[in-house]
Design a protein around this ligand. Structure first.
Ligand code: NI
Length: 182
């Protein structure tokens, strides 16, 4: 039976806190929650289920968005139509970044931000992320383009940062040339 997640809204102060390092083994509660997040995010990207359960489409979620201040992120990336890769990273860290910057054309969205926020969010075009899988094994992921943006967005949540904090208020939009000069 599918259970919709209860996701905090941006007004909730917990979203502005720094999350704590997680130790292993993970609790069964956390493991179950991770599975529930994967299902929620996957369903939210499949039209049939999105409509059936009235979900907002989203590719990622961080534990603080559920009111749990733990350094755990989940990303469900549709790399090809109808095909998904799941990334679960415990205690993620960005260990290297490209010089090149990018921004999602249409700006970013967040399951905790229930309104449209206009503006480009400058992000590193490529990042290398290290951390641990659910069993505590060290992992390393190289991400580019949209997946790179997703990792930066979710890791920001662990540090109390929301995507619009990174929009330049004086100059919210960049063209492709300008973004490379950042
Ligand atoms: Ni978000």
């Amino acid at each position: 039976m599918f259970k919709k997640l209860d996701i905090l809204d941006e007004k909730d102060k917990r979203l502005r806190k720094k999350s704590e390092i997680v130790s292993f083994p993970l609790s069964n509660t956390d493991k179950k929650l991770i599975e529930q997040i994967i299902t929620h995010l996957t369903y939210s990207q499949i039209e049939k289920y999105e409509k059936m359960y009235d979900l907002r489409p989203g590719t990622g979620l961080a534990f603080p968005q559920l009111g749990l201040l733990k350094r755990i992120i989940v990303i469900v990336d549709e790399y090809e139509s109808g095909k998904f890769n799941n990334y679960v990273v415990i205690n993620p860290e960005i260990i290297s970044t490209s010089k090149e910057m990018i921004a999602a054309d249409a700006g970013e969205g967040c399951l905790s931000v229930n309104r449209d926020v206009e503006g480009h969010v400058p992000r590193f075009a490529r990042v290398t992320v290290t951390g641990f899988d659910m069993e505590g094994n060290p992992i390393r992921i190289r991400a580019r383009e949209e997946l790179s943006i997703a990792f930066q967005h979710e890791i920001d949540h662990l540090n109390g940062i929301l995507f619009y904090d990174r929009i330049n208020k004086k100059k919210p939009f960049f063209n492709e040339y300008e973004i490379r000069l950042l």
